[in-house]
Design a protein around this ligand. Sequence first.
Ligand SMILES: NC(=O)c1ccc[n+]([C@@H]2O[C@H](COP(=O)([O-])OP(=O)(O)OC[C@H]3O[C@@H](n4cnc5c(N)ncnc54)[C@H](O)[C@@H]3O)[C@@H](O)[C@H]2O)c1
Length: 325
Amino acid sequence: MDKIKDSTIFVTGGAGFIGSYVIEELLAKHEPKKIIILDNFIRGSYANMESYSNDPRVEFHEGDIRDTALLEKCVAGSDYVFHMAALRINACAANPQEGFEVMLQATFNLANLCVKHKVKKVIYSSTASVYGLAQHFPTPETDNPYNNQTFYGGAKVWGEQLFRSYKFMYGLDYVALRYFNVYGPRMDTDGKYTEVMIKWLDCVRDNRQPAIFGDGTDSMDFVHVKDVAHANVLALLSDVTDEAFNVGDQVETNLKQMLDALLKVNTSNLEPVYKEANSVNPVSRRLADISKAKRLLGYEPSLSLEQGLSELSHWYFEKQKQTQQ
Ligand SMILES: NC(=O)c1ccc[n+]([C@@H]2O[C@H](COP(=O)([O-])OP(=O)(O)OC[C@H]3O[C@@H](n4cnc5c(N)ncnc54)[C@H](O)[C@@H]3O)[C@@H](O)[C@H]2O)c1
């Protein structure tokens, strides 16, 4: 039986990058009765919600998850919750007080409301940042979080532990998903990692030399946003509870390789210029072990980096054309 059919699903941060794809998949492939979105547009947008903003099943609230009365209005009557609203890593570093209010206090309030209103399952957006520089590559979920040095990563570790304790104390079912480096159309064009892809696309457009900060060997595990959205839906549909899963591609790509792939899909032969590294996030390597998500959720990444970069380039250049018109 499809749990999503006729259910009410609340998505915090549903006007954002990943949330908008989760909602599209829920609406296109399942039959929810209602989807409730709460987003304050600090990063999200109406443009992200274009495909479903007129869908009668979607109820949008522009507001803040720190507004507990509004949060309760959204949770009451919801069967399931995707908790995706969060500040980005740089925003937490720039303003830890706001980071505390959004990432910890509001998440705490949400967990309490989920217990009070008998929500059946929460899917919590966590991150590979919980590992800091991991102990093993590929990194299994059992690697410890003590190498994390960021407020953002610390807040997400705490969020996972909050839901774990609420499962233990109150029986609230949940799954935490640790996304690696998510990319794709609608991605953030100002963030730390994403910025580099977008800046390089600007170089391709203007025929300028792309800059690599550092020696180009820092690596990431890029995962397409549609695969991440699908992992969220799988986590909701499955009976698995009280577990954390890595969501990546299990392919390690360094900056130089990523630039090469981006240039290839855009048939460009620009040469990079190397510059001194400057970073908010002190992690030089990422590679997910995704065997647990494959085994327990049936997760399987479906888009190669080349396919994804080609789609991203198309989206970005089209978007620019439209803003110029
Ligand atoms: N994009 C990635 O690479 C990545 C990697 C790991 C984890 N994550 C996590 O995945 C989740 C979704 O990330 P995303 O990439 O879609 O980011 P995003 O910024 O596009 O989406 C988050 C949404 O939350 C909203 N929001 C933020 N603070 C809010 C508040 N106080 N009240 C209401 N809405 C608020 C934003 O406006 C935005 O629309 C986040 O929890 C993020 O930490 C993302």
